[in-house]
Design a protein around this ligand. Structure first.
Ligand code: SF4
Length: 289
Protein backbone atom coordinates (compact mmCIF):
# COMPACT_ATOMS: atom_id res chain seq x y z
CA UNK A 1 0.00 0.00 0.00
CA UNK A 2 1.19 3.53 -0.69
CA UNK A 3 1.42 5.49 2.57
CA UNK A 4 2.82 9.02 2.52
CA UNK A 5 3.73 11.03 5.64
CA UNK A 6 2.06 10.39 9.00
CA UNK A 7 -1.01 8.19 8.68
CA UNK A 8 -3.35 8.25 11.67
CA UNK A 9 -6.57 6.34 12.34
CA UNK A 10 -9.07 6.06 15.21
CA UNK A 11 -8.17 3.33 17.78
CA UNK A 12 -11.30 1.35 16.85
CA UNK A 13 -10.04 1.04 13.26
CA UNK A 14 -6.91 -0.86 14.34
CA UNK A 15 -7.80 -3.89 12.21
CA UNK A 16 -9.12 -2.00 9.18
CA UNK A 17 -7.65 -1.79 5.72
CA UNK A 18 -6.22 1.74 5.73
CA UNK A 19 -6.68 3.34 2.34
CA UNK A 20 -4.92 6.69 1.99
CA UNK A 21 -6.91 8.69 -0.52
CA UNK A 22 -6.06 12.27 0.44
CA UNK A 23 -2.95 13.87 1.93
CA UNK A 24 -3.28 16.29 4.81
CA UNK A 25 -6.33 18.17 6.03
CA UNK A 26 -8.24 20.79 4.03
CA UNK A 27 -8.66 22.91 7.19
CA UNK A 28 -5.22 22.38 8.79
CA UNK A 29 -5.52 25.37 11.14
CA UNK A 30 -6.33 23.89 14.55
CA UNK A 31 -3.70 25.23 16.95
CA UNK A 32 -3.28 21.94 18.85
CA UNK A 33 -2.95 19.63 15.82
CA UNK A 34 0.46 18.92 14.38
CA UNK A 35 -0.40 15.89 12.27
CA UNK A 36 -0.42 17.59 8.88
CA UNK A 37 1.59 20.76 9.50
CA UNK A 38 3.49 21.67 6.34
CA UNK A 39 1.47 19.29 4.16
CA UNK A 40 -0.47 20.82 1.28
CA UNK A 41 -3.90 19.18 1.11
CA UNK A 42 -4.48 17.19 -2.08
CA UNK A 43 -6.17 14.08 -3.41
CA UNK A 44 -3.80 11.29 -4.40
CA UNK A 45 -3.70 10.20 -8.05
CA UNK A 46 -6.43 7.77 -9.08
CA UNK A 47 -3.82 5.27 -10.35
CA UNK A 48 -2.22 4.98 -6.85
CA UNK A 49 -5.60 4.54 -5.15
CA UNK A 50 -6.60 1.88 -7.70
CA UNK A 51 -3.32 0.03 -7.12
CA UNK A 52 -3.92 0.04 -3.35
CA UNK A 53 -7.48 -1.28 -3.75
CA UNK A 54 -6.13 -4.05 -6.03
CA UNK A 55 -3.47 -4.88 -3.39
CA UNK A 56 -6.14 -5.07 -0.67
CA UNK A 57 -8.31 -7.28 -2.90
CA UNK A 58 -5.44 -9.80 -3.02
CA UNK A 59 -3.88 -9.54 0.44
CA UNK A 60 -6.49 -8.17 2.89
CA UNK A 61 -9.24 -10.77 2.64
CA UNK A 62 -9.55 -11.19 6.42
CA UNK A 63 -10.14 -7.52 7.17
CA UNK A 64 -13.80 -6.59 7.23
CA UNK A 65 -13.46 -2.83 7.47
CA UNK A 66 -11.90 -0.07 5.40
CA UNK A 67 -10.80 3.26 6.83
CA UNK A 68 -10.15 6.07 4.37
CA UNK A 69 -7.50 8.65 5.35
CA UNK A 70 -6.15 11.39 5.64
CA UNK A 71 -7.62 14.20 7.73
CA UNK A 72 -11.02 14.78 6.25
CA UNK A 73 -11.65 12.56 3.25
CA UNK A 74 -15.32 13.58 3.40
CA UNK A 75 -14.29 16.84 1.70
CA UNK A 76 -13.96 14.90 -1.59
CA UNK A 77 -16.57 16.01 -4.14
CA UNK A 78 -19.74 13.91 -3.87
CA UNK A 79 -19.36 12.19 -7.28
CA UNK A 80 -15.76 11.29 -6.60
CA UNK A 81 -16.49 9.93 -3.13
CA UNK A 82 -19.47 7.92 -4.37
CA UNK A 83 -17.37 6.42 -7.16
CA UNK A 84 -14.62 5.55 -4.66
CA UNK A 85 -17.03 3.82 -2.26
CA UNK A 86 -18.56 1.84 -5.15
CA UNK A 87 -15.08 0.81 -6.31
CA UNK A 88 -14.18 -0.38 -2.80
CA UNK A 89 -17.44 -2.33 -2.46
CA UNK A 90 -16.95 -3.96 -5.87
CA UNK A 91 -13.32 -4.95 -5.32
CA UNK A 92 -13.61 -5.87 -1.61
CA UNK A 93 -17.02 -7.52 -1.46
CA UNK A 94 -16.35 -8.94 2.05
CA UNK A 95 -15.98 -5.50 3.63
CA UNK A 96 -18.89 -4.66 5.94
CA UNK A 97 -18.09 -1.06 6.90
CA UNK A 98 -16.25 1.90 5.44
CA UNK A 99 -15.27 4.82 7.69
CA UNK A 100 -13.51 8.16 7.41
CA UNK A 101 -12.73 11.40 9.25
CA UNK A 102 -15.07 14.31 8.56
CA UNK A 103 -14.86 17.71 10.20
CA UNK A 104 -17.91 20.00 10.46
CA UNK A 105 -16.72 22.02 7.47
CA UNK A 106 -16.56 18.98 5.20
CA UNK A 107 -19.91 17.63 6.45
CA UNK A 108 -21.40 21.03 5.54
CA UNK A 109 -20.48 20.39 1.89
CA UNK A 110 -22.96 17.45 1.86
CA UNK A 111 -26.76 17.50 2.10
CA UNK A 112 -28.63 14.82 4.06
CA UNK A 113 -29.50 13.21 0.72
CA UNK A 114 -25.83 13.25 -0.31
CA UNK A 115 -24.95 11.54 2.96
CA UNK A 116 -27.75 9.00 2.49
CA UNK A 117 -26.33 8.17 -0.93
CA UNK A 118 -22.90 7.70 0.65
CA UNK A 119 -24.43 5.44 3.31
CA UNK A 120 -26.09 3.32 0.61
CA UNK A 121 -22.71 3.08 -1.13
CA UNK A 122 -21.13 1.69 2.08
CA UNK A 123 -20.13 4.62 4.30
CA UNK A 124 -20.92 3.34 7.78
CA UNK A 125 -19.20 5.72 10.20
CA UNK A 126 -17.88 9.28 10.33
CA UNK A 127 -15.32 10.30 12.97
CA UNK A 128 -15.63 13.97 13.86
CA UNK A 129 -13.43 16.11 16.09
CA UNK A 130 -15.63 18.29 18.28
CA UNK A 131 -12.80 18.94 20.79
CA UNK A 132 -14.95 21.33 22.84
CA UNK A 133 -18.46 22.72 22.96
CA UNK A 134 -17.17 26.02 24.36
CA UNK A 135 -17.37 28.69 21.63
CA UNK A 136 -14.62 30.81 23.20
CA UNK A 137 -12.22 27.86 23.09
CA UNK A 138 -13.37 26.75 19.62
CA UNK A 139 -12.46 30.19 18.30
CA UNK A 140 -9.17 30.30 20.18
CA UNK A 141 -8.01 26.94 18.80
CA UNK A 142 -9.19 27.94 15.30
CA UNK A 143 -11.54 25.05 14.76
CA UNK A 144 -13.39 27.13 12.17
CA UNK A 145 -16.98 26.55 13.36
CA UNK A 146 -19.02 27.17 16.52
CA UNK A 147 -20.74 24.60 18.75
CA UNK A 148 -24.15 25.11 17.14
CA UNK A 149 -22.74 24.23 13.70
CA UNK A 150 -20.98 21.22 15.23
CA UNK A 151 -24.31 19.98 16.59
CA UNK A 152 -26.13 20.54 13.30
CA UNK A 153 -23.42 18.77 11.28
CA UNK A 154 -23.22 15.85 13.69
CA UNK A 155 -26.97 15.43 13.57
CA UNK A 156 -26.92 15.61 9.77
CA UNK A 157 -24.63 12.57 9.64
CA UNK A 158 -26.90 10.56 11.96
CA UNK A 159 -30.05 11.65 10.12
CA UNK A 160 -28.56 9.97 7.06
CA UNK A 161 -28.26 6.71 9.01
CA UNK A 162 -24.45 6.92 9.34
CA UNK A 163 -22.88 6.27 12.73
CA UNK A 164 -21.16 9.22 14.36
CA UNK A 165 -18.09 9.04 16.59
CA UNK A 166 -17.00 12.30 18.24
CA UNK A 167 -13.75 13.16 20.02
CA UNK A 168 -13.34 15.78 22.74
CA UNK A 169 -10.07 17.04 24.23
CA UNK A 170 -9.55 17.31 27.97
CA UNK A 171 -7.28 20.21 28.90
CA UNK A 172 -7.82 22.15 25.66
CA UNK A 173 -9.15 25.30 27.37
CA UNK A 174 -6.33 25.59 29.90
CA UNK A 175 -6.94 26.18 33.62
CA UNK A 176 -9.05 29.35 33.40
CA UNK A 177 -11.83 27.94 31.20
CA UNK A 178 -11.47 24.32 32.25
CA UNK A 179 -14.91 24.00 33.83
CA UNK A 180 -16.65 26.16 31.17
CA UNK A 181 -15.14 23.88 28.53
CA UNK A 182 -16.30 20.77 30.40
CA UNK A 183 -19.87 22.00 30.95
CA UNK A 184 -20.34 23.35 27.43
CA UNK A 185 -18.90 20.17 25.92
CA UNK A 186 -21.31 18.03 27.96
CA UNK A 187 -24.24 20.17 26.79
CA UNK A 188 -23.06 20.02 23.16
CA UNK A 189 -22.69 16.24 23.30
CA UNK A 190 -26.21 16.02 24.74
CA UNK A 191 -27.60 18.12 21.88
CA UNK A 192 -25.70 16.05 19.30
CA UNK A 193 -26.38 12.65 20.91
CA UNK A 194 -23.71 10.72 18.93
CA UNK A 195 -23.23 6.95 18.91
CA UNK A 196 -19.72 7.18 20.35
CA UNK A 197 -17.76 9.76 22.34
CA UNK A 198 -14.00 9.51 22.84
CA UNK A 199 -12.42 11.80 25.44
CA UNK A 200 -8.67 12.25 24.93
CA UNK A 201 -6.25 14.20 27.10
CA UNK A 202 -4.44 17.05 25.35
CA UNK A 203 -0.78 16.32 24.63
CA UNK A 204 1.20 19.31 23.43
CA UNK A 205 3.33 19.03 20.30
CA UNK A 206 6.28 21.37 19.69
CA UNK A 207 5.34 21.95 16.03
CA UNK A 208 1.96 23.48 16.89
CA UNK A 209 0.95 27.05 17.83
CA UNK A 210 -0.50 25.76 21.12
CA UNK A 211 2.71 23.86 21.93
CA UNK A 212 4.70 27.02 21.21
CA UNK A 213 2.32 29.08 23.40
CA UNK A 214 3.03 26.59 26.17
CA UNK A 215 6.76 26.93 25.76
CA UNK A 216 6.47 30.72 25.84
CA UNK A 217 4.32 30.57 28.99
CA UNK A 218 1.14 31.78 27.28
CA UNK A 219 -0.74 28.48 27.73
CA UNK A 220 -0.76 26.31 30.82
CA UNK A 221 -1.44 22.59 30.61
CA UNK A 222 -3.66 21.33 33.42
CA UNK A 223 -2.51 18.36 35.49
CA UNK A 224 -4.01 14.87 35.93
CA UNK A 225 -6.36 15.90 38.77
CA UNK A 226 -7.77 18.85 36.80
CA UNK A 227 -8.15 16.59 33.74
CA UNK A 228 -10.24 14.18 35.82
CA UNK A 229 -12.30 17.01 37.29
CA UNK A 230 -12.96 18.18 33.74
CA UNK A 231 -13.99 14.67 32.70
CA UNK A 232 -16.30 14.44 35.70
CA UNK A 233 -18.05 17.73 34.87
CA UNK A 234 -18.29 16.77 31.21
CA UNK A 235 -19.89 13.40 31.99
CA UNK A 236 -22.24 15.00 34.50
CA UNK A 237 -23.55 17.37 31.81
CA UNK A 238 -23.76 14.70 29.11
CA UNK A 239 -26.98 12.81 28.44
CA UNK A 240 -26.82 10.27 25.60
CA UNK A 241 -29.81 8.19 24.56
CA UNK A 242 -27.68 5.07 23.94
CA UNK A 243 -24.10 6.16 23.25
CA UNK A 244 -20.77 4.72 24.34
CA UNK A 245 -18.58 7.19 26.23
CA UNK A 246 -14.91 6.16 26.11
CA UNK A 247 -12.10 7.81 28.00
CA UNK A 248 -9.72 4.90 27.58
CA UNK A 249 -7.32 6.37 25.03
CA UNK A 250 -3.60 5.87 25.70
CA UNK A 251 -3.33 9.59 26.52
CA UNK A 252 -5.75 9.38 29.47
CA UNK A 253 -4.98 9.04 33.17
CA UNK A 254 -7.97 6.84 34.10
CA UNK A 255 -9.52 4.41 31.62
CA UNK A 256 -13.32 4.61 31.40
CA UNK A 257 -15.72 2.87 29.04
CA UNK A 258 -19.37 3.63 29.77
CA UNK A 259 -22.63 2.83 28.01
CA UNK A 260 -24.90 5.81 28.60
CA UNK A 261 -27.28 6.24 30.30
CA UNK A 262 -26.92 3.04 32.36
CA UNK A 263 -23.20 3.33 33.30
CA UNK A 264 -23.10 7.09 33.81
CA UNK A 265 -23.45 7.21 37.59
CA UNK A 266 -21.00 4.33 38.14
CA UNK A 267 -18.41 6.07 35.94
CA UNK A 268 -18.74 9.34 37.83
CA UNK A 269 -18.34 7.36 41.05
CA UNK A 270 -15.15 5.78 39.63
CA UNK A 271 -13.76 9.25 38.88
CA UNK A 272 -14.60 10.32 42.44
CA UNK A 273 -12.73 7.28 43.75
CA UNK A 274 -9.68 8.28 41.70
CA UNK A 275 -9.94 11.92 42.79
CA UNK A 276 -10.10 10.70 46.39
CA UNK A 277 -6.88 8.75 45.89
CA UNK A 278 -8.51 5.29 46.12
CA UNK A 279 -7.64 4.31 42.52
CA UNK A 280 -4.16 4.97 41.08
CA UNK A 281 -3.86 7.10 37.93
CA UNK A 282 -1.83 5.95 34.94
CA UNK A 283 1.79 7.14 35.43
CA UNK A 284 3.10 9.70 32.95
CA UNK A 285 5.56 7.28 31.30
CA UNK A 286 2.72 4.92 30.28
CA UNK A 287 0.78 7.66 28.51
CA UNK A 288 1.43 7.84 24.79
CA UNK A 289 -0.24 8.61 21.53
S1 SF4 B 1 -9.61 19.54 11.36
FE1 SF4 B 1 -8.70 17.73 12.42
S2 SF4 B 1 -6.97 17.09 11.12
FE2 SF4 B 1 -7.57 19.16 10.46
S3 SF4 B 1 -6.20 20.52 11.59
FE3 SF4 B 1 -8.07 20.32 12.80
S4 SF4 B 1 -7.70 18.61 14.21
FE4 SF4 B 1 -6.13 18.52 12.62
Amino acid sequence: MDYQGIVIRPPSEWNSIILQVTRGCSHNQCTFCGTYKGVRFHVKPESIIDRDIAFAATYCKRQRRVFITDGDALILPQDRLLALLCKIRRALAWVTRIGLYGNAKSIRTKTVNDLKALREAGLGIVYMGLETGDDVTLEKVRKGVNAQTMVEMGRRVMEAGIKLSVTVLLGLAGPDRSQDHAEATGRTLTAMDPNYVGALSLMLLPNTPLGQDHEAGRFKLIGPVEMLQELRTMMTHTELSAGLFHANHASNYLPIKARFPKDKEASIHLIDQALGGHIPLKPEFLRAL
